[in-house]
Design a protein around this ligand. Structure first.
Ligand code: IMP
Ligand code: MG
Length: 178
């Protein structure tokens, strides 16, 4: 793995795919054990979680379903703290065990919005799974049940994560060069 350039910025190797793969398998194992006998609905939050969701689900042995939601930070004038829904919840959530699948939880706002909506829709049980977590940035008050890597506040790309829409296709995770 080498230093790469995406748009105007340089990124260096951070988490190789082999490590990601091991962690994803470990998380799947935890979920398989925890939710044994249930039929969860996995809800992948697009775009960032598409690779993680794909790899995670390949290792899920439970009877299960997967669906997708798409959220984006609102781009209006009073932008920053708003999250807008682009593709909705078309599944019947009522009474279900739902596992929300995220690539990364940063401030935690996006996930908070998803959780509020799932509660409103009558989910019976909600679990949160994220591959990456930025503990120093997290400012919310909910439990994260399945967590891969704790990282610092640095910006990363790859394995679904983008910098201005590029870099999602990278198999490994890269970190920005200061
Ligand atoms: P939150 O709402 O602040 O938790 O942010 C969650 C979203 O911000 C993620 O789903 C990502 O799309 C994006 N994000 C946060 N940190 C990074 C990063 O380091 N690289 C790329 N995207 C990030
Ligand atoms: Mg995401």
């Amino acid at each position: 793995m080498n230093v790469i350039k995406v748009h105007d910025k340089q990124f260096r190797p951070f988490i190789p795919y082999e490590k990601i793969e091991d962690e994803v398998k470990r998380m799947a194992w935890e979920i398989n054990n925890d939710l044994e006998g249930k039929t969860p609905l996995f809800l992948s939050v697009l775009n960032g979680s598409f690779m993680f969701a794909a790899d995670l689900l390949k290792n899920i042995t439970l009877d299960s379903e997967i669906s997708f939601v798409k959220l984006a930070s609102y781009s209006g004038t009073e932008s920053t703290q708003l999250v807008r829904q682009l593709i909705g919840f078309d599944e019947d959530i009522y009474g279900r065990t739902v596992v929300v699948v995220e690539d990364i939880i940063d401030s935690g706002l996006t996930m908070e919005r998803v959780l509020e909506q799932l509660k409103d829709m009558g989910a019976h049980e909600i679990k949160v799974a994220t591959l990456l977590f930025k503990p120093e940035a997290f400012s919310r008050d909910y439990e994260i049940h399945y967590k891969g890597f704790d990282i610092g506040n640095e910006f990363i790309i790859g394995y679904g994560l983008d910098y201005n829409r590029q870099g999602r296709n990278l198999k490994d995770i890269y970190i920005i060069e200061e």
